[in-house]
Design a protein around this ligand. Structure first.
Ligand SMILES: NC(=O)c1ccc[n+]([C@@H]2O[C@H](COP(=O)([O-])OP(=O)(O)OC[C@H]3O[C@@H](n4cnc5c(N)ncnc54)[C@H](OP(=O)(O)O)[C@@H]3O)[C@@H](O)[C@H]2O)c1
Length: 393
């Protein structure tokens, strides 16, 4: 894969330096995959411009080689910032990708576990070819996370913003399921996979020449017990983190962070508390040193997304109208994407350590986290246990 990745960076450079023309062929499941477009992506202090063909494969569960064809002479293009969005194949991640691409200022790396689904999703919302790159990332496998980072680096693209958005939610599961390394799947995907990804990509973010580099971890009201929604049972509670310390494996230890009996809805809420604590711990440890802006958000209740796919059909049918007409908390996918895109790029949302929310008139404000989701001692302990579990300590 290193060869493939090097080929990507080399292709960009070739386009800039000698208007090289080449032709690689790639086939995925018997289908040739390629797209053409013109754009400029910054490579360090260099601008790399040209017509770019993106060919994607999924060999060994990784993807995203880029092939340069011909530069377009005299065509006016703008320098684009680069944002990685995890879970960009549906819901909030897809809507955010669309909002960023539509701004004309961003190239989005769609970090997704299902390559073809991501490609179809990109087409379904009309993303122009070349405005995005799909790269394979399975957050439920640390090996895949590490491989994604290698592949991303080998493209030579800079990283200006990382959005940790992907999540799974198993509210009706009777038994836990587990990640590749044997951790309860919702905490493994939503927290541990993102924790490893964000830690590994911190260096890349630090190197960004953007004056507004950002790391965003999507949170949720459901993890905040200082709200009505956060008080719907089962409530989030990490306890003394004994289950997490033990490895959440469901064999020698509980699959739940607090050491209790498995509850899929609670596991999701707990993972969201981890997301919000992690963002604050990043802020404490790295904001001054790196100038990176760390933030989290509650995008609103986006009742139509795939997050609820494993809920019972009656719930899925009634939840959107309930949110629309009874609680009036409903937010469309499009609107939620605009909100997250604001956290990515709006100069006024440049305060680090903040959990953003929106009023009914869609104006943003700094929200207050629950006692547990803002407990610095718990955040420190969570950080230390998590870095052991993901193999960084
Ligand atoms: N919906 C809401 O009301 C709401 C409210 C507050 C916060 N949020 C947060 O918003 C974020 C996005 O959720 P959503 O509502 O947009 O749900 P969604 O439509 O189900 O999107 C989740 C995304 O995560 C991806 N994903 C799941 N497991 C993955 C893995 N192992 N590796 C890589 N990607 C994986 C999914 O990929 P596939 O397409 O392959 O399944 C999908 O692209 C989550 O962080 C959620 O907690 C949602």
């Amino acid at each position: 894969m290193a060869t493939l990745g090097n080929c990507v960076a080399a292709s960009y450079l070739a386009a800039n330096e000698k208007a090289a023309s080449s032709s690689l062929e790639s086939v995925f499941l018997g289908v040739p995959l390629r797209h053409q477009s013109s754009h400029i992506v910054r490579l360090g202090s260099k601008e790399i411009k040209g017509q770019v063909r993106i060919i994607s494969t999924r060999a060994n569960a990784v993807a995203a080689p880029v092939e340069t064809v011909k530069p377009i002479e005299g065509k006016k293009t703008a320098t684009k910032s680069v944002c990685i969005v995890t879970g960009a194949s549906s819901g909030l991640g897809l809507a955010t990708t669309k909002a960023l691409v539509d701004s004309g200022e961003w190239h989005v790396v769609m970090a997704c576990r299902d390559f073809l689904k991501a490609e179809k999703a990109a087409k379904s919302v009309g993303l122009p070819k070349g405005s995005y790159t799909v790269m394979h990332l399975d957050l439920a496998s640390f090996e895949s996370v590490r491989q994604f980072v290698k592949n991303f680096r080998s493209t030579g693209m800079p990283l200006d913003v990382l959005v940790c958005n992907a999540a799974v939610y198993f509210p009706t599961a009777k038994e836990p399921t587990f990640s590749a390394e044997g951790f309860e799947l919702s905490v493994a995907t939503n927290h541990l996979g993102h924790f490893l990804l964000a830690r590994l990509l911190l260096d890349d973010l630090e190197k960004s020449e953007s004056s507004s580099k950002r790391l965003i971890i999507v949170g949720s009201i459901t993890g905040n017990t200082n709200t009505l929604a956060g008080n719907v049972p089962p409530k989030a509670n990490l306890g003394d983190l004994r289950g997490l310390s033990g490895g959440l494996n469901g064999v020698t230890t509980s699959p739940m962070i607090d050491g209790g009996a498995f509850d899929g809805a609670k596991a999701y809420k707990d993972s969201k508390v981890c997301n919000m604590l992690t963002m604050q711990e990043f802020h404490r440890r790295y904001h001054e040193k790196t100038n990176i802006i760390f933030s989290s958000l509650y995008p609103g209740c986006i009742a139509t997304t795939g997050l609820f796919r494993s809920h019972i059909p009656l719930f899925r049918a009634l939840f959107p109208p309930f949110q629309k007409y009874i609680t009036k908390g409903f937010v469309s996918e499009e609107e939620s994407g605009k909100r997250l895109a604001q956290v990515v790029r709006d100069p006024s949302l440049n305060k680090s350590g903040v959990y953003w929310s929106w009023n009914n008139d869609s104006s943003s404000f700094e929200n207050v986290l629950s006692e547990e989701a803002s407990d610095p001692e718990k955040a420190r302990k969570l950080w230390e246990i998590s870095e052991k579990l993901v193999g960084l300590a």
